[in-house]
Design a protein around this ligand. Structure first.
Ligand code: ATP
Ligand code: MG
Ligand code: MG
Ligand code: MG
Length: 438
């Protein structure tokens, strides 16, 4: 992509409305634009990152055996009356009427709808286990939308729903999602720690929140420092094997949100020098809720003995759009964003330090063509901005690798490569630069 043809509306000034660094940087880097409180347009740079994150979430859901579908954003109120949540959900739910005065709502979550789909088709335990997920926009009329995409009103969520014959089987499904979540967040360069959590309005009796530590996070958390060093399962993890040893390893080290924190246990279990009380960002949550919805909505299957029983369910959310904020909170410096490679909007940026200089232009074009031909996502800064402005923009938008090409270096046959994550620089020939970055 040539920057001269891209749409990258970088802001020079710090936007006043942004209280935290990720919000500020997303606005300054031209990633998002607020259209109403908590409602954002995704500009091309932000959209590319959103899609990368979404794809990692999808790949790890698929690997665990979950199946993707897509449910609508609008739902019938009557469906929610069946579960009793239409009244219970309160003012966070956006309620709408169509021209026939039928009551609809913009879905804040999908337990009711997926249960309705399930019960329409699945009648026997032989079709279990089943885990269905989608990646779809949600609306919650948050009391205080803030921090940009971290607490939006419209936001993108991955939500999965598991269906099993009994509690033991449902726990197997829960464990799969637990492992898939460990892998998902690690692939994005995040340390997201599963913590014991309250189940909230979704109900049920077993839940973990996956939390990224950050001072700006909205959740208070208590952990044993050791949890930060636990190993994340590799991509060869066998989801058909018994995953309980992995779950045990992760849940036997103290990690809890403040809602369920047990001070006495914390002091007893965790040595004083390993106790950490800090804040964090909830990027995902998993629940086992048993027969809460299947009882209310009559989602029954025939068991091996032919008797109908309500299925045992779980639901599993990831805040796809919130993750952009969480990643930036974890990966930035004073100059801007430092994208982990896996989610970066482009992998490499080429900075032409003297646009209009025939030799420099030719070298940049050649490098751009070679890298692009080899499948590298490149943003080529071919604008006529001065070098200083190009450096600043490249640091701000956080592309992992910058290749700087100017007349002086080129006279020696060299370009400079800068790695955004640690600022390290190396000088080499253009051919070596290509070899390094493919
Ligand atoms: P929070 O405690 O932050 O309000 P939640 O517990 O209400 O989140 P869940 O119902 O567990 O949210 O939804 C699954 C995931 O969706 C959350 O873990 C979070 O990452 C994301 N999420 C929830 N609300 C928002 C929001 N208003 N804006 C962006 N992401 C959100
Ligand atoms: Mg909430
Ligand atoms: Mg929460
Ligand atoms: Mg939650």
């Amino acid at each position: 992509m040539r920057l001269s043809r891209f749409f990258l509306p970088i802001l020079k000034e710090n936007p006043k409305e942004a209280e935290i660094v990720s919000h500020r940087l997303m606005l300054r880097a031209g990633m998002i634009r607020q259209e109403a409180a908590g409602i954002y347009a995704w500009l091309p740079l932000g959209f590319r990152v959103l899609k990368k994150i979404e794809q990692i979430v999808r790949e790890e859901q698929d690997r665990s055996g979950a199946l993707e579908l897509l449910m609508p954003t609008l739902q019938l109120a009557d469906l929610w009356r069946e579960s009793g949540r239409y009244d219970a959900y309160g003012p966070e739910m956006l309620r709408i009427a169509d021209r026939h005065k039928r009551e609809l709502l913009y879905g804040p979550t999908n337990e009711e709808m997926i249960t309705e789909i399930f019960r329409a088709y699945v009648k026997s335990y032989k079709n279990l286990p089943l885990n269905l997920y989608h990646i779809q926009w949600k609306f919650r009329d948050e009391q205080r939308p803030r921090f940009g995409v971290m607490r939006g009103r419209e936001f993108l969520m991955k939500d999965a729903y598991s269906f099993d014959l009994n509690e033991a089987a449902a726990r197997v499904a829960y464990n799969k999602m637990f492992v898939a979540y460990l892998r998902t967040f690690a692939r994005m360069g995040l340390k997201a720690i599963p913590m014991r959590a309250e189940t909230g309005p979704i109900g049920g009796d077993l839940s973990h929140e996956f939390i990224v530590l950050a001072e700006t996070g909205e959740s208070g958390v208590f952990i044993n420092r050791d949890v930060l060093d636990l190993p994340v399962p590799g991509e060869d993890v066998d989801y058909d094997s018994d995953l309980t040893p992995i779950i045990k390893q992760w849940t036997s080290v103290y990690a809890a949100t403040e809602d369920v924190h047990d001070a006495a246990r914390f002091e007893q279990e965790v040595p004083a020098d390993k106790r950490v009380n800090t804040r964090g960002i909830e990027v995902g949550q998993i629940f086992y809720f048993g027969t809460k919805y299947s009882d209310a909505m009559k989602a029954l299957v025939a068991g091996p003995d032919g008797v109908d029983v309500p299925i045992h369910g779980g639901s599993y959310g990831v805040g796809v759009s919130r993750l952009l904020g969480a990643i930036i909170e974890a990966c930035h410096d004073d100059a801007g964003i430092k994208w982990p490679e896996a989610v970066a909007p482009f992998r490499v940026s080429i900075l032409n330090l003297k646009q209009g200089d025939a030799a420099v232009d030719a070298a940049c074009e050649k490098l751009y063509a070679e890298l692009t031909a080899k499948g590298v996502d490149v943003l080529y800064d071919d604008t006529d901005q001065r070098a200083g402005a190009k450096f600043a923009a490249a640091d701000l938008i956080g592309i992992p690798w910058q290749i700087m090409i100017g007349p002086k270096g080129l006279a020696d046959g060299k370009v400079e490569i800068k790695r955004r994550s640690d600022g390290s620089r190396e000088t080499m020939s253009p051919a070596d630069a290509v070899a390094r970055l493919v």
